[in-house]
Design a protein around this ligand. Structure first.
Ligand code: ZN
Length: 214
């Protein structure tokens, strides 16, 4: 089986994404770079519990379906556009986690109210609205992520998070949800103190170093 390791990882991580409450039903999707030109991506519309490694489709970075019987995720264009723009990215997680999605529906970035925002960047930015599954949404995501951000909120939709592989991207997605949750609680009872830029810049460097070692 082509890209067996990557497809096995995605079949396991899909279940994990649901167990961690980052998505529900068949929502969200995961992908992992197999080599420079190929990406394994979760199939469209199949419950995560039912996805065996052999079912996981493989597409080229241009989006052509080359392996696996099932239809690749409807968000394949967004994934492939990110892989094309960011050679540093080896995995992508797209979730509909509730607190992060709440800020996304407000069109509000999550500021550095908790230091772990530095896993993502100086803040968790938010895209403009585009319809799910479109290249226009992919452009919004790639523009908002730029070269530096490890995640962003998709307005009125969810989260896109990147990492060195799909497991790492899922961890980023969890950080996004945690930071959004804390920020939500903080603004519910008061006015959070936002960390100064100098602290965040230092933390971004420390975390990049820590992730490289890990
Ligand atoms: Zn979605």
């Amino acid at each position: 089986m082509m890209f067996e390791q990557d497809r096995t990882a995605l079949s396991e991580l899909g279940r994990e994404m649901v167990e961690k409450g980052l998505t529900r039903g068949v929502g969200g999707n995961l992908s992992q770079r197999g080599d420079a030109d190929h990406v394994a991506i979760t199939p469209s519309g199949i419950p995560y519990d039912d996805i065996d490694p052999v079912d996981v489709p493989v597409v080229t970075t241009e989006g052509d379906h080359v392996e696996g019987e099932l239809t690749p995720s409807t968000e394949t264009p967004m994934h492939t556009m990110i892989y094309q723009q960011r050679p540093d990215v080896g995995g992508i997680a797209h979730t509909h986690s509730p607190y992060a999605t709440t800020f996304g529906t407000l069109g509000q970035a999550v500021p550095a109210s908790h230091y772990l925002v530095s896993y993502i960047g100086p803040e968790i930015p938010v895209t403009g609205y585009e319809q799910p599954g479109t290249e226009a949404l992919g452009r919004e995501a790639t523009d908002t992520l730029g070269e530096e951000y490890n995640a962003c909120l998709l307005r009125n939709h969810g989260v896109i998070a990147v990492g060195s592989d799909a497991d790492d991207a899922l961890e980023t997605a969890q950080m996004v949800e945690f930071c959004a949750r804390i920020h939500h609680h903080a603004v519910s009872i008061g006015e959070p103190i936002i960390l100064e830029d100098e602290y965040i810049e230092e933390l971004i460097e420390d975390i990049a170093e820590y992730r490289q070692i890990a």
